[in-house]
Write a protein that binds this ligand. Structure first.
Ligand SMILES: Cc1cc2nc3c(=O)[nH]c(=O)nc-3n(C[C@H](O)[C@H](O)[C@H](O)COP(=O)(O)OP(=O)(O)OC[C@H]3O[C@@H](n4cnc5c(N)ncnc54)[C@H](O)[C@@H]3O)c2cc1C
Ligand SMILES: *[C@@H]1O[C@H](CO)[C@@H](O)[C@H](O)[C@H]1NC(C)=O
Ligand SMILES: *[C@@H]1O[C@H](CO)[C@@H](O)[C@H](O)[C@H]1NC(C)=O
Ligand SMILES: *[C@@H]1O[C@H](CO)[C@@H](O)[C@H](O)[C@H]1NC(C)=O
Ligand SMILES: *[C@@H]1O[C@H](CO)[C@@H](O)[C@H](O)[C@H]1NC(C)=O
Length: 497
């Protein structure tokens, strides 16, 4: 019997043993037999939910992730359809100590964060969106992707703080913080959530607001899946007109001009409606860096001057224009690496200086060449520029970022490759490279970086919690003990308090 267990789960199995003996009289109800647990779930859920097994189409859909390295084959996929069913499922998983996963949009690049060999809960059926014109808020189902949210809100001329590229899940994005194209104007996604519908680990359903439970409200703002399963987010909306922006690709021959334009943007642009993500992307098959610029201005036309330097550089692909917000999101190139294996690693940077830019170029080329025979895809370094006031939009404390007085920008690296043989190479390199960059920035004078957090939605698996949650960690641990005393959510992967 033990031989069918992954060694990783042996301690969990052992901790379930006393229960197994105690409930000996009804063995199918107890302990950790994943197939029996799948069956038991199928017996308690309503017709609004369903359980799928290998071979069924919705089983595959339920398991799917953006990065193939984030997918595991589970014993069953449970598509939960009501909050009551989610509660019943959590109770069974907790009683039997069965490892499980909760998946929103499946965009985490950390293996095991929204996948499991055992019971996989997929949230797709929580797909309702309701806009309330009086309170100017939107109720957003936790199973949606941002594309659908933007499409639904467009007719009302409003929008919320969601992802900057196509396909990202609402749930993981908001639960980790959420950097949006409108963050310069309104803060992070968590700063714009007014209520969470939460199924607690004991199966009870509650709506969490600043007045119902201020501590849990704080914890949910960055605390990922530690406190239960969120089924709905209620977010403040903001006016949305047509926007200006899109993507541009340039070859390495114009890299000095690109670098100069990017550093100048960082140093001079204070207009909160303007934003740029610049990516230095080493592509082994092209044997060079190909840059991607995503430009954004939150109005149909940008004022003269802001983007002129970028627009003057000869490009190989140019798709920048006045368009809907949704069209801008659809124009982002992120789906081109969908299906490859991936690691992301965030690294906070206070300011993009010429020196940091040169280091990012060198890191991308150096490691791109060193790992060229291990990837057909790419090694990217993302410069995500924001104005220094982004953390000032919320007077209340949130789990992330741990301090609102320290400005940092969540830069990110993304390595993509195809063969699982090389997983460890890319994982290790991402850590070495990010440490090298942050050390160089500190040496250059960005000394505050020593206490700047890594963004939980970018941080690579294995990052110490202290590095993301800082001084908030003791409070978050106490809160976790209050909300989930039996550590049910500890059976699901992710950052664990
Ligand atoms: C191409 C790409 C672009 C990105 N762009 C941005 C960006 O612009 N800004 C930004 O801030 N981040 C961005 N990210 C990071 C993104 O925020 C994270 O990957 C995020 O976790 C994705 O959410 P998801 O629901 O798709 O993920 P999932 O993989 O489904 O889930 C991530 C985590 O959240 C938990 N979770 C999911 N649903 C629930 C739920 N209902 N209740 C409780 N826990 C739940 C999971 O258990 C898991 O631990 C990007 C990532 C990628 C791959
Ligand atoms: C949230 O509640 C705290 C008290 O717990 C209060 O000080 C704060 O102003 C409230 N925030 C909002 C936005 O209402
Ligand atoms: C990108 O992929 C997602 C699936 O993860 C899909 O929903 C989305 O429509 C795709 N976007 C584009 C622009 O093709
Ligand atoms: C690598 O993976 C990407 C993304 O899935 C795919 O487009 C590409 O064809 C793959 N390349 C090889 C050589 O397998
Ligand atoms: C480029 O980066 C590598 C890896 O960090 C480093 O060893 C090398 O010294 C760097 N080269 C330059 C010119 O800085």
């Amino acid at each position: 019997m033990l031989s069918c267990l992954h060694p990783l789960y042996l301690p969990l199995f052992l901790s379930a043993l006393p229960r197994l003996w105690a409930e000996n009289s009804s063995p199918s109800q107890s302990a950790f037999f994943p197939d029996a647990v799948c069956f038991r779930i199928s017996q308690v859920i309503s017709a609004a939910s369903a359980v799928y097994h290998p071979g069924e189409e919705l089983y595959e859909k339920g398991l799917h992730h953006y990065a193939s390295s984030s997918t595991q084959r589970s014993r069953c996929v449970v598509e939960a359809g009501t909050v009551k069913d989610v509660g019943a499922i959590l109770v069974i998983l907790g009683e039997t100590r069965t490892p499980f996963a909760v998946k929103g949009g499946g965009h985490t690049t950390n293996p095991g964060f929204s996948s499991t060999p055992y019971v996989h809960i997929s949230m797709y059926r929580f797909s309702e969106i309701k806009y309330d014109d009086v309170s100017k808020t939107a109720e957003i189902g936790a199973g949606l992707i941002w594309d659908d949210v933007y499409a639904a809100l467009e007719p009302f001329g409003v929008n919320v703080l969601g992802s900057r590229v196509t396909g990202i899940g609402v749930a993981g994005f908001i639960l980790g913080g959420g950097y949006s194209w409108k963050t310069n104007q309104y803060g992070l996604a968590v700063d714009n959530v007014v209520a969470y519908d939460l199924v607690q680990p004991n199966g009870n359903t509650i709506t969490v607001t600043n007045s119902s439970d201020p501590e849990l409200f704080f914890g949910l703002k960055g605390g990922m899946n530690n406190f239960g399963v969120v089924t709905k987010f209620t977010m403040r909306t903001h006016p949305q007109t047509q926007v200006w922006g899109g993507s541009i690709y340039n070859m390495e021959s114009v890299l000095p001009d690109i670098e100069a334009a990017t550093v100048a943007f960082q140093e001079s642009v204070t207009d909160p409606k303007a934003a740029v993500i610049m990516t230095y992307n080493y592509v082994p098959s092209a044997q060079q860096i190909i840059t991607t610029q995503m430009l954004f201005y939150d109005a149909p036309e940008p004022p003269a001057g802001i983007f002129d330097a970028f627009l003057a550089i000869p490009s190989v692909l140019f798709d920048v224009k006045t368009r809907s917000f949704l069209s801008l999101i659809h124009a982002t190139p992120s789906n081109s690496t969908m299906g490859a294996r991936a690691v992301y690693q965030g690294f906070p940077i206070i300011s993009l200086t010429p020196c940091i830019s040169a280091i990012l170029v060198n890191e991308s080329k150096f490691w791109g060449k060193a790992l060229a025979d291990k990837t057909e895809v790419s090694l990217s370094y993302d410069i995500e520029m924001f104005v220094p006031s982004i953390y000032s939009h919320n007077p209340d404390k949130t789990a992330f970022p741990p301090s609102r007085n320290l400005f940092f920008q969540p830069f990110n690296m993304a390595y993509t490759w195809n063969s699982s043989k090389f997983d460890a190479d890319f994982h290790e390199t991402a850590i070495i490279s990010s440490e090298h960059i942050v050390k160089a920035a500190i040496a250059e004078g960005q000394t505050q970086l020593a206490r700047a957090p890594n963004y939980p939605n970018y941080a690579i698996a294995g990052t110490p919690l202290q590095d993301m949650y800082g001084d908030n960690l003791p409070v978050l641990r106490r809160l976790k003990a209050r909300i989930d005393p039996l550590d049910v959510m500890g059976l699901a992967g992710g950052w664990k308090f």
